[in-house]
Each structure stands twice: as C-alpha cells, then as structure tokens.
Design a protein. Structure first.
Lengths: 111, 114
C-alpha cells in the first residue's frame, strides 16, 4: 500500500505568515493516464473534510488563492501565502492513484 | 446544490453488522462515484471503498473481506454493509463524491460497544 508521510505534524503560525506542508509518497503517484491524483483537504474542528487542491495544483472552486499546491512524482507541497484565522485545522494530503490513502495530517494552530 | 447525507445506527454491538446509507442530491450516481471514508476520533481518515458510476465497486484490501457497497440509483442512495464489527471500528463514517473527493457528507458517528 502507498504510504503518505506528512511533515510537520504540527505547525504554529501567526496571522499573515506563509507556511508550507510537505507530503511524500512511498511510490510515484503518476498514473498511467498521465494524471497525478494527489489532493489536499482541510478539516476544521468539528467539521467534515473539504477539498482545497486537486490534481497536485488545481484550486477547488471557492477556495482562496492564498492556497497553492506543487510537486510531482513522490514529493508534494501545500503552501498558504498569508495564514488567516479561518485556515486553522488539520490538513491532509490524499492520493487516489493507487486506491486511496491519506497522510496522517498536519495541524495548523495559532502561535 | 450537491449534497450527501449519511444515515444509520449510532450504536452497534460487537460482532454485529453495520449498515449505513448515503443519500445524495444535486448529481447523478450514474455520473459520479461515491466513496466511503471513516475516521476514528482524533485520527486521520481511512478510505473504505467506492461505488463507481457504472456500478462497479472497489474496496480497501484491509476491509474487503468484511465490506460490501451497493446502490439504488432510483433512490439516489449508496449503501455500506460491514460485518464482524469490533471496538476499533468506532468512528465517524463519511460518504464523499468523485475521484477528487470534492463533496462530503456531514458524517455519522458509529460506536461499537456492548
């Protein structure tokens, strides 16, 4: 099974600070059809997960453009350019190239 | 608008079978897949399986022997059945749409306890 390793597990940030979360896969997420099924979700406290970024770098409709995704193969990054209070919660990377697996999560909290 | 809503019993006895329903609106089950994802309290999500738009199914290999996913397109519903429940099956169960998991239900909390 594919293992996704997210770092750091916890991230403390001030409002306005830019932060990055890493997601590394135990095997390449490039599908034979040319797509890379690596997505990013945010789960706010007490809420269901919500999609932020799909296919590595595509911004889901309605998601602020301070969120961006990058990467290829086995290494991926989510960047938040200017954290806002509503961004607090747990971020998960999830891959859908080889069935689905989720990373363990990165908790973003206020410093 | 697109909505998914999970329903089912909140409490299940150990060794019993869990039955959950995901009722969807705003899209067709013949155009989108629906996955089941569960999440133990305080832990990360786990993909359980999916119903493809063409009626085919796919399962997490770790759960495959206990799990069955089916649907009724006339009622816009996807069903999950999992047998031989144990206490570590306790958690919140979600249904979610599509290959990119773009819409999620509110989740249903399931406790396995006698």
């Amino acid at each position: 099974d594919v293992v996704l390793t997210q770092t750091p597990p916890t991230l403390s940030a001030t409002i306005g600070q830019s932060v990055s979360i890493s997601c590394r896969s135990s095997q390449s997420l490039l599908h034979s059809n040319g797509n890379t099924y690596l997505h990013w979700l945010l789960q706010r406290p007490g809420q269901s997960p919500q999609l932020l970024i799909y296919l590595v770098s595509r911004l889901e409709s309605g998601v602020p453009n301070r969120f961006s995704g990058s990467g290829s193969g086995t290494d991926f990054t989510l960047k938040i350019s200017g954290v806002e209070a509503e961004d607090l919660g747990v971020y998960y990377c999830v891959q859908g190239t080889h069935a689905y697996t989720f990373g363990a999560g990165t908790k973003l909290e206020l410093k | 608008q697109v909505q998914l809503k999970e329903s089912g019993p909140g409490l299940v006895q150990p060794s019993e079978t869990l039955s959950l329903t995901c009722t969807v609106s705003g899209f067709s089950l013949t155009s989108y897949s629906v996955s089941w994802v569960r999440q133990p309290s305080g832990k990360g999500p786990e993909w359980m399986g999916r119903m493809w738009y063409d009626g085919d199914t796919a399962y997490n290999s770790a759960l495959k022997s206990r799990l069955s996913i089916s649907r009724d397109t006339s009622k816009n519903q996807v069903f999950l059945k999992m047998n031989s429940l144990q206490t570590d099956d306790t958690g919140t169960y979600y249904c979610t749409r599509g290959w990119e998991l773009d819409y999620w239900g509110q989740g249903v909390m399931v406790t396995v306890s006698s």
